[in-house]
Ligand binder design. Structure first.
Ligand code: SF4
Length: 484
């Protein structure tokens, strides 16, 4: 990922001089929440003198921020760690220290194995403890042995983090909720991220105001179960996500809001109504359904059936007729028959998705589904996945083609791939490219969508529609995301 730049804190009168500059490399896998966590780890380490680098040979500290959602996640981490052992040795021969830290969900789930198999790793930390990184670095530098922090501390890490120092660009991510209590049969999140926790609304509003002051125009609220949000409001009451979105929409200069990832069980009436009543809330929702079969949804312990999902879609479309939907699907969950899979295909045909992420079921050690009877043969899973993806691809292409000819407002996020071209985002999260002066980056523009390509649209600029602050490139999106 593009690591946001982090400068050491400037020295002020009466303060200790800044630590000598050191280099920090953070590699991030997985969802946007990990991208957000990586930026916050950089903020926490900046006062120690760590500035970002992309070159592993010059990194005084390397953090692997890992994801456990996808297959063979830990194997990939161990092969990266093997290469880092060599780098650490080479740097040590030149008299340079290298601190290696493994963070994120693989660290949380497999901390003991990491320290046993990779004794050159200095720090193993779970997602709830990265506010303690400076102390862990100090302990690791004193050669106090491996430092392992994978508990779920009672204190709220957000209370101990510095204010985000680095502008994120036109599109910013803001974590409002973490963890999950739902225990779907296939998922490690409840074990690696812990129980559901919501940040107080006041802290979120303050962070959002800072992001807007730094030039962000779109904020995506993040949480493993973001629509289960139930944080304390400034009025002392419990705020839901709908209430929080309405308050955020009042911030001057904040043009767009999104949220991910949601669970169908937590789509309450107020949140659905907000889609029709809050113009800043973009007409796009990622709502994972995973399967169209009630039998499999029960086996997955999803706590909802296909009818509930269909009902939500209908109500959302009534509230916001132009809303586009995205979802997650798992094919080949233990016990899935041809008939169950046909139910999934029927739900997809009936709903129509603008975007979707689909995966073959693969067992995660320690999850209930890993020990279930009726594991589906790989060849069967492959065939079902291909059929599902062909249908989803067709729906995505149809959706994009249906946008051609429309005039829409886009957020200009950066330079395009070709000279003189800019990259933007449509309200439906589609990448849009058009020719325009670079001065428009960071502002809103009205464009006419001219042509649909497999994953993007090209357009013609009609007018710039908002003034542009001096903004930076946005955080690059990563390819995978948390599921809910
Ligand atoms: S899939 Fe989503 S809702 Fe289910 S356990 Fe994982 S994070 Fe929680």
């Amino acid at each position: 990922m593009a690591m946001p730049g982090t400068e050491p804190a400037p020295t002020q009168a009466g303060q200790a001089p800044a630590a000598p500059r050191k280099k920090l490399l953070i590699r991030t896998w997985g969802c946007q929440m990990n991208v957000y966590d990586s930026a916050r780890m950089a903020d926490v380490l900046a006062p120690l003198g760590y500035a970002p680098t992309e070159a592993v040979e010059e990194a005084d500290m390397v953090v692997l921020n890992t994801c456990h959602i996808r297959e063979r996640a830990s194997e990939k981490v161990f092969s990266d760690l093997g290469r880092l052992r060599d780098t650490k040795r080479e740097r040590a021969a030149g008299g340079k220290e290298t601190i290696i830290a493994v963070a994120g969900c693989v660290a949380q789930a497999e901390g003991a194995e990491i320290t046993a198999r990779a004794p050159w790793v200095d720090i193993v930390l779970g997602p709830q403890t990265y506010h303690r990184l400076p102390e862990m670095v100090a302990r690791a530098s004193r050669a106090a042995g491996q430092v392992i922090e994978t508990d779920f501390p009672a204190e709220d890490k957000f209370d101990h983090l510095p204010e985000a120092a680095t502008p994120q660009g036109p599109v910013a991510f803001l974590t409002v909720q973490e963890g999950c209590d739902k225990f779907c049969s296939f998922c490690v999140v409840p074990y690696t991220r812990g129980a559901e926790f919501s940040r107080p609304a006041g802290a979120i509003l303050a962070e959002a105001r800072r992001l807007v002051a730094q030039g962000s125009r779109e904020i995506a609220l993040l949480g493993q179960n973001v629509n289960a949000y139930h944080g304390e409001g400034p009025d002392g009451r419990t705020w839901t996500l709908g209430r929080l979105l309405r308050a955020l929409a009042e911030i001057p200069g904040l043009v767009r809001l999104r949220y991910a990832t949601s669970h169908p069980r937590d789509m309450d009436d107020d949140l659905i109504a907000a889609h029709g009543e809050v113009p800043a809330l973009m007409p796009f929702l990622h709502l994972p359904v995973q399967s169209g079969s009630d039998r499999i949804l029960r086996a997955m312990n999803r706590g909802h059936d296909a009818a509930l999902f269909r009902g939500i879609v209908e109500r959302l479309r009534r509230a916001r007729p132009d809303i586009a939907l995205s979802s997650d699907f798992i094919v080949g969950h233990p016990g899935e028959s041809e008939r169950d899979f046909a139910d999934t295909m029927a739900l997809v045909r009936e709903t129509g998705f603008a975007l979707a992420y689909s995966f073959k079921y693969s067992a995660r050690p320690g999850t209930p589904a890993a020990n279930m009877h009726g594991q589906v043969p790989e060849a069967e899973k492959d065939a079902r996945l291909q059929a599902l993806q062909a249908l989803l691809r067709e729906q995505q292409q149809d959706f994009n083609a249906g946008c051609v000819g429309r005039e829409v407002e886009v957020l200009v996020t950066g330079a395009g791939r070709h000279p003189g071209q800019l990259a933007a985002r449509s309200p439906w999260l589609q990448p849009v490219h058009f020719s325009a002066p670079a001065g428009l980056i960071g502002g809103m523009a009205r464009v006419r969508l001219d042509a649909a390509h497999p994953n993007s649209l090209s357009a013609t600029l009609l007018a710039a529609t908002s003034p542009v602050a001096g903004l930076l490139d946005p955080v690059q999106p990563v390819s995978e995301h948390a599921t809910a």
